[in-house]
Write a protein that binds this ligand. Structure first.
Ligand SMILES: Nc1ncnc2c1ncn2[C@@H]1O[C@H](COP(=O)(O)OP(=O)(O)OP(=O)(O)O)[C@@H](O)[C@H]1O
Ligand SMILES: [Mg+2]
Length: 630
C-alpha cells in the first residue's frame, strides 16, 4: 500500500522547472520522492530516455529500480560508473585515443604502476591514490606538474604523466578516467553534448557525489537545466573516495536559482528509534532537531552487552523472530563472518546485501584456492590462483590465460570426453603458443609455483601460513591495495587463519568454506539479511541488530572518527520497529557515554549474563561494572 505524500514531498515530486535539492534526514522519503517523481514524469508522457537518475553505489541504484517496479533492463536508474562506461563506449570514436580496455586488466595496470614506482622511488599505494585524486579533482597531467610541490610532488606528477601516456598507448581507461573522459567528451564535442542531454536529471544519495560527478550532472543537464538531487550530509560515508562534505549545501552555488526543500517527518522509524538516532547524530543541526517520527510508539532500543564474539553471534541469532524482516549489520566483512558461520552451523539461510560477505571476498577466495592446491590443484583452484595478485601470478595476462585454458578444455572434452587438468595445460605448448616468450616464461613459472604448494596432509593452519609466507600476501595488501570502506583484506586474512584452527585437515576446512560460499549465493527468497553498514545504505528493515560496537571495531581503528560516526548513524537509522545495538568485550566510545549515564531514557541496557537467563531487561543503573563481562 502506498501512503499519500506530504505537502513538502508533493512539492518535490511536482517540481518541474529548474534546479531543486531535497535535504533531509533518514527515512523522510527522499528515495520515495525520487521514485515518485520519475513515475509522475513518465505519467505525463515523457519517454523514459528523457530521464536519468544517478547514484553512487550499485545497491542504491538497484533499490530505486526495485521500488519503481520498472523492467530489469531499464536505463533510468544508474550508477555514475555504469553510465560513464556506456557513454565512453558509445562515443569511443570521439576519444583522442583508441579505447581497447575499459577497465584495464588489473594485473597489467599494476605492473605499470609498479614500474613507475621503482623508476621514481615512490610507494605503490601513494602513487595510486595520487593519480586517483588528481583525476577526481579534474587535474590534467600538465596541471598536476604545475601544482607539484617539492621533489616528491614532482616525482608523483612525472609518474602520473607517464602512467597516462602508457594508458593511452595500451587503450586503457581506468575507473576514474571513465568519469574524467566522459566529462571531457561532453565538454569538447558539441555533438556529443547534445546527444547526451536529459530533460530530467535526478541524483539520489547526493551527499556521496564528488566534484567530477557533479560536473557530469551539470553537463548532462546543460540544455534543460533540470536537476533534482536528494541527500543527507549526515549519511556521507564515502568521503574516503572523494565525496566532499558540504556538497549538498553548495548545490545552490553550482546550480544558481535552485530551490531547497527540507523534509522533517520520518516515516520509517518509531518515535523511540528516532530519539535514539538523534542522540547519535554525527552533528547537531536543525534538520536533526526537527526530525519527528510519523510512525508512532514502539519498544525502546536495546543495548546488549555480551561476553564474547561467539556469544554475541549465537544469542543475537536466537533472538531473531522474523528473519525475513530482520537485518544484522556489521562494520566490516570480517565481523560479518561470525554471523555467516553461526548461520551455517545452525542451518539458517540468509541473504547478503551487495558485495558484503566474508566468504566472497577475493582475498578469502584466493587463500582457499592455495589451500586446495596443497591437496591437489583442481581446475577451479588453479583459475583462482591465476586471478590472485600475489607473487608469481601478479603480472600474468590473466584473462587471456584463463580463456585459453577454458577453450582448450572445452574442445578437448567434446572430442575425447575428458580434459587435461589446467595445471598440466599451463605448460602445454598448445596453450603457450599464443603467448609471447616472456609471457610463456611467466606462465611456466606460475605453474611451477602452484605445484610447489602440494603437501597433502598438512593442517589448514600450516597451509595458510605457508601461502602467506611464500606468496607475500600480506606485503601485497600492506603496500599495494587500499582497504575498502567496509573491507580490510588483512583483517579478513587473520580471521580466515582463526577459522582454520578449528579444523584438523584441509579437506574438512575446505568443506566448511564450500558450504559458506554456497550459502553466500543470493536468493530471491525473503530471508534473514546480513550486511555491512555500507551495503545497507538506503535500505530499511523492521528489526535491525547493529553489532560489534567494540573498541577498535566500530569506530574502526583505521577510520576517520567523523566518518565512523556517520556510518554508525546510517546503521541505526535502518531500523523501523525495533533496534538492538550490541557489543562484546569493551564497548567503544559510541556506547561509553550512554553506559555511564546515571539515568537513561532512550534505551534499555541488557548484560550478557542476564540474557542467558532469559529475556530479563536490566536498566543501566544495575549494570555499573559491566566491564568485567569480557
Ligand atoms: N508520505 C509518506 N507516508 C507514508 N510513508 C512514507 C511517506 N514517505 C515515505 N514513506 C516511507 O518511509 C520509508 C522511508 O522512505 P525513504 O526510504 O524514501 O527515505 P529516505 O529519506 O530515502 O531514507 P534514507 O536517508 O535512509 O535513504 C519508506 O518505507 C517509504 O515508503
Ligand atoms: Mg534513500
Amino acid at each position: 500500500m502506498s501512503f499519500p505524500l506530504n505537502p513538502e514531498q508533493l512539492e518535490a515530486v511536482n517540481f518541474r522547472e529548474g534546479y531543486a535539492v531535497v535535504q533531509s534526514g533518514p527515512g523522510s522519503g527522499k528515495t520515495r520522492t525520487t521514485v515518485e517523481r520519475v513515475h509522475s514524469i513518465l505519467e505525463e508522457g515523457y519517454p523514459p530516455d528523457n530521464i536519468l537518475a544517478l547514484t553512487f553505489t550499485r545497491e542504491a541504484a538497484l533499490e530505486m529500480a526495485k521500488r519503481a517496479k520498472l523492467p530489469e533492463d531499464q536505463k533510468i536508474f544508474r550508477t555514475f560508473h555504469s553510465f560513464c562506461l556506456e557513454l565512453v563506449h558509445r562515443e569511443r570514436d570521439k576519444l583522442p585515443f583508441q579505447l581497447l580496455h575499459a577497465p584495464p586488466e588489473p594485473g597489467q595496470q599494476r605492473k605499470l604502476i609498479g614500474t613507475l614506482c621503482r623508476e621514481n622511488r615512490l610507494d605503490f599505494k601513494g602513487l595510486v591514490s595520487y593519480i586517483s585524486a588528481m583525476k577526481r579533482k579534474g587535474l590534467s597531467t600538465d596541471e598536476a606538474m604545475e601544482e607539484a610541490l617539492g621533489a616528491k610532488g614532482l616525482h608523483l606528477a612525472v609518474a602520473y604523466k607517464k602512467y597516462e601516456l602508457k594508458c593511452r598507448e595500451e587503450g586503457w581507461l581506468d575507473f576514474d578516467s571513465m568519469l574524467v573522459e566522459s566529462v571531457k567528451l561532453l565538454e569538447n564535442n558539441p555533438e556529443v553534448l547534445s546527444r547526451w542531454q536529459y530533460k530530467f536529471v535526478l541524483v539520489d544519495e547526493a551527499q556521496d557525489t564528488d566534484d567530477i560527478q557533479w560536473k557530469l550532472v551539470e553537463l548532462l543537464s546543460k540544455e534543460n537545466k533540470n536537476v533534482f538531487a536528494v541527500g543527507d550530509e549526515e549519511q556521507l560515508i564515502y568521503a574516503w573516495r572523494g565525496a566532499q562534505p558540504n556538497g549538498l549545501s553548495k548545490f545552490g552555488e553550482r546550480f544558481p536559482g535552485s530551490r531547497t526543500i527540507f523534509l522533517f517527518r520520518n516515516y520509517r522509524s518509531t518515535r523511540q528509534i528516532v530519539e535514539f538516532c538523534k542522540k547519535f547524530a554525527p552533528k547537531k543541526s536543525e534538520l536533526i532537531d526537527r526530525m519527528v517520527s510519523e510512525v508512532g510508539d514502539g519498544p525502546v532500543p536495546v543495548v546488549r552487552l555480551f561476553g564474547s564474539d561467539s556469544d554475541e553471534a549465537s544469542k543475537i541469532l536466537s533472538s531473531v523472530v522474523e528473519p525475513e524482516r530482520t537485518a544484522i549489520l556489521t562494520r566490516t566483512n570480517r565481523q560479518l563472518s561470525r554471523f555467516e558461520n553461526a548461520c551455517i552451523d545452525r542451518g539458517i539461510k540468509y541473504n547478503l546485501l551487495g558485495r558484503s560477505g566474508f566468504w566472497v571476498q577475493p582475498e578469502v577466495k584466493y587463500l582457499l584456492a592455495y589451500a586446495q592446491a596443497t591437496e591437489f590443484p583442481s581446475d577451479a583452484a588453479v583459475k583462482s590462483i591465476i586471478q590472485s595478485p600475489y607473487r608469481e601470478t601478479k603480472y600474468l595476462k590473466k584473462k587471456d590465460l584463463i580463456s585459453a585454458l577454458d577453450t582448450h578444455a572445452k574442445s578437448e572434452k567434446v572430442v575425447t570426453g575428458k580434459s587435461t587438468p589446467y595445471i598440466k595445460l599451463m605448460t602445454d605448448p598448445a596453450i603457450l603458443r599464443q603467448f609471447t616468450d616472456q609471457q610463456c616464461d611467466n606462465i611456466k613459472r606460475a605453474a611451477q609455483f602452484i605445484r610447489s604448494f602440494r603437501q597433502p596432509g598438512v593442517t589448514p593452519t600450516a597451509a595458510l601460513q605457508n601461502t602467506l609466507d611464500r606468496a607475500d600476501v600480506k606485503v601485497y595488501y600492506e603496500t599495494e591495495e587500499e582497504s575498502d570502506g567496509d573491507n580490510d583484506a588483512i583483517e579478513n586474512i587473520n580471521e580466515l587463519s582463526k577459522i582454520a584452527t578449528r579444523y584438523k585437515t584441509v579437506p574438512e576446512f575446505l568443506d566448511f568454506a564450500r558450504k559458506a560460499i554456497a550459502a553466500s549465493r543470493k536468493s530471491k527468497q525473503p530471508r534473514l539479511t546480513l550486511s555491512t553498514v555500507h551495503r545497507s545504505k538506503g535500505r530499511e528493515f523492521d528489526f535491525v541488530f547493529v553489532t560489534g560496537i567494540n573498541e577498535g571495531m566500530f569506530p574502526h581503528k583505521k577510520g576517520d572518527i567523523n566518518e565512523e560516526k556517520r556510518i554508525f548513524y546510517v546503521a541505526c537509522t535502518r531500523a523501523a520497529k525495533r533496534l538492538t545495538v550490541s557489543c562484546f568485550g569493551k564497548p567503544s566510545c559510541f556506547l561509553e557515554t550512554l553506559l555511564n549515564e546515571k539515568e537513561n531514557k532512550i534505551c534499555e541496557i541488557v548484560s550478557g549474563e542476564k540474557q542467558s537467563e532469559g529475556p530479563v531487561w536490566v536498566r543501566s543503573q544495575a549494570l555499573l561494572g559491566f566491564e568485567n563481562l569480557s
